[in-house]
Design a binder for this molecule. Structure first.
Ligand code: NAG
Ligand code: NAG
Ligand code: NAG
Ligand code: ZN
Length: 617
């Protein structure tokens, strides 16, 4: 009897084992087909989104939302099917990972009615943003100025505080305040969807992409390390702006009025480098005029970007890219989303960019940024659908910026004939590092607050009646800036930033700005272009153009897509497994030393007092 029981158990165990092997084989086949089907449907959805984003009208909106609703419905059915598998106990880690990722539904978890409302709310906010037009400050009958390019041109080049204030207020009223009601609905639906996905709030759902519970803390720590450098830059810029505009316009110790910083959101300040650079008599690299003089076109800018990737033995842009992209703003009167973006259509070699490209140095960097996304798409297009994504959202944003860092060096600009007779002495170098810091360091607190703010709303930590002032409080606390006019709860300013209106997570950019320096430093070492012990090979003049070694490291990383947790992917690139602020600090070290001494010498106040520019009701 005893023996029989043992024998029976053994058979059952064997049968169970066989059953689970069989289930895993079935699951493998199922997942393979599923990935193909989702890719097919997502391709159709992306085509509809593209048609809408490049030509905003009611018909394209209706079509896009129809396809999206269909895909969402399909994904919901899929998720029910996936739950029939006992996937948590599968032996294959790869299979478990795919199941886990596929069961995360996002907004598709909403009921059909709620999902339709979500799409409706998003269309309202996105089209509002795209359709903002304001009147000319100097000609009240000319009322067709759009953000890109007219208003942005004025914000970057005007030095008239009253004119800048006028455009700031017009834009925030129309792009922000106008969508307060849909935004409230959006937050509600976001929370509903997060809970249906078993997250506490939309904040946790976003953070889940980083597969690391301590990501918030890690970033806060890295930011704390870099804050002293930020404060030195901030103090110096405020001091120089006071010299330019006078004490009545710029406070000695208060937050900087943001309309003076050359950017609608004060997210990067390099456009005012001409009035705040440390050595006004020394060169400050701006090759825009040279690009225009040499007859650069948007097409040529993209060809040069393509050439950079190819020089590193990375993948060449496919023909579809050139045939289907929109590289210049169409002038046939249609509304479109001009915000530069890169698109993956999830079939082979159909990748596109939509960018209202202008011939400027900044746009030349943006071209490389967008091409970084395209390179990523091409490097992982052999993977199943669910893995065709960045190792985390920050990785995707970082790739092209690494090339931009290289393109922006005097060495590279001389190589391509855009920079001539440049004398790189210590003062020119400080100017150049300062210019870079106005973009790369200044951006860190900005990027952090975009999501800190939305996390707080998603988590229900801010009373609705305080939503606007809570935004400005964060912007003041982290960036030390304030609006040029008094705002109140009658206003609503956060959606005046595209990504807030368009429901795009922003932490990716903070992560990107930190890790891109890790990538850049390693790529430079691999390329033999950076040697900390050799003053002839400094990090801030490293050009990785033509380096197959650096290119190979990128291939190793990018071709993994999202198939592994990001520390594994980072390791494939350079052997590191953690995010760190060391590389960015190393890059800016000469500037930090100079600024500290200079600010001390001039008794420049560091830090800022509280702002009174937002009044709660
Ligand atoms: C924009 O969309 C409308 C409606 O779908 C279409 O008739 C028109 O041809 C489109 N315009 C362009 C330039 O694609
Ligand atoms: C003001 O704008 C209108 C409409 O664009 C234009 O016709 C007019 O010439 C402009 N006036 C001046 C003084 O530029
Ligand atoms: C260049 O890339 C191709 C295709 O990925 C690869 O086969 C080749 O080995 C690379 N060449 C070098 C020298 O790394
Ligand atoms: Zn991007």
């Amino acid at each position: 009897m005893k023996i029989l029981i043992v024998a029976l158990f053994a058979t059952l165990a064997l049968q169970n084992a066989l059953a689970s092997v069989k289930e895993e084989i079935t699951a493998t086949e199922y997942i393979e087909n599923l990935n193909k089907e989702i890719a097919r449907r997502t391709n159709l959805e992306t085509e509809a989104s593209w048609a809408y984003a490049s030509n905003i009208n009611a018909e394209n909106e209706r079509k896009k939302n129809e396809v999206s609703a269909e895909v969402a419905k399909f994904m919901k059915e899929v998720s029910t099917d996936l739950q029939k598998f006992n996937w948590q106990s599968f032996k294959s880690e790869n299979l478990r990972r795919q199941f886990k990722m596929l069961t995360k539904l996002g907004y598709a978890a909403l009921s059909e009615a709620d999902y339709a409302e979500y799409l409706d709310v998003m269309s309202t906010m996105e089209s509002n943003f795209a359709k903002v037009r304001v009147c000319d400050y100097k000609n009240a009958t000319k009322c067709d100025l759009s953000l890109d390019p007219e208003i942005e041109d004025i914000i970057t080049t005007s030095r008239d505080p009253e004119e800048l204030k006028y455009y700031w207020r017009e834009f925030y009223d129309k792009a922000g305040t106008a969508v307060r009601t849909p935004f409230e609905k959006y937050v509600e639906l976001n929370t509903k969807a997060a809970k249906l996905n078993n997250f506490n709030s939309g904040a946790e759902l976003w953070l889940d992409e980083y597969e690391d519970d301590s990501i918030e803390k890690q970033l806060e720590d890295i930011f704390d390390e870099l804050r002293p450098l930020y404060q030195q830059i901030h103090g110096y810029v405020r001091y120089r702006l006071r010299q330019h505009y006078g004490d009545a316009v710029v406070p000695e110790k208060g937050p900087i009025p943001m309309h003076l910083l050359g950017n609608m959101w004060a997210q990067q300040w390099s456009s005012v480098a001409d009035i705040v650079s440390p050595f006004p008599d020394k060169p400050l690299i701006d090759v825009t005029n040279e690009m225009v003089a040499q007859g650069y076109t948007p097409l040529k800018m993209f060809q040069l970007g393509d050439d950079f990737f190819q020089s590193m033995n990375l993948t060449k842009l496919p023909q579809d890219f050139w045939d289907k992209s929109i590289l210049v703003k169409p002038d046939d009167g249609r509304d479109l989303i001009c915000h530069a973006s890169a698109w993956d259509f999830y079939i082979i070699d159909d990748v596109r960019i939509k960018q209202c490209t202008r011939v400027t140095m900044d746009q030349f960097f943006t071209v490389h940024h967008e091409l970084g996304h395209i390179q990523y798409f091409l490097q992982y297009q052999h993977l199943p659908f669910i893995y065709r994504a960045g190792a985390n959202p920050g990785f995707h944003e970082a790739v092209g910026d690494v090339l931009s860092l290289s393109v922006s060096t005097p060495k590279h600009l001389e190589r391509v004939g855009l920079l001539k007779n440049y004398q790189r002495d210590d003062e020119a170098r400080i100017n150049q590092l300062f210019l870079a810091a106005l973009d790369k360091i200044v951006f860190l607190p900005f990027a952090f607050t975009m999501d800190k703010y939305r996390w707080a709303l998603f988590r229900g930590e801010v009373d609705k009646k305080d939503w606007n002032c809570a935004f400005w409080k964060l912007r003041e606390e982290y960036s030390g800036i304030e609006p040029p006019v008094v705002r109140s709860e009658k206003d609503f300013d956060a959606p005046a930033k595209y990504h807030v209106s368009a429901d795009v997570e922003y932490l990716r950019y903070l992560v990107s700005f930190i890790i891109q320096f890790q990538f850049y430093k390693s790529a430079c070492i691999k390329a033999g272009q950076y040697d900390p012990t050799n003053p002839e090979l400094p990090l801030d003049n490293c050009d990785i153009y033509g380096s197959f070694e650096a290119g190979q490291a990128f291939k190793n990383m990018l071709s993994l897509g999202a198939s592994k947790p990001w520390p594994d992917v980072l390791e494939a690139f350079n052997g590191e497994r953690t995010m760190s602020g060391k590389a960015i600090a190393e890059y800016f070290e000469p500037l930090r030393v100079w600024l500290e001494a200079e600010n001390k010498k001039n008794n420049v106040p560091i830090g800022w007092t509280t702002s009174d520019k937002c009044v709660s009701s």
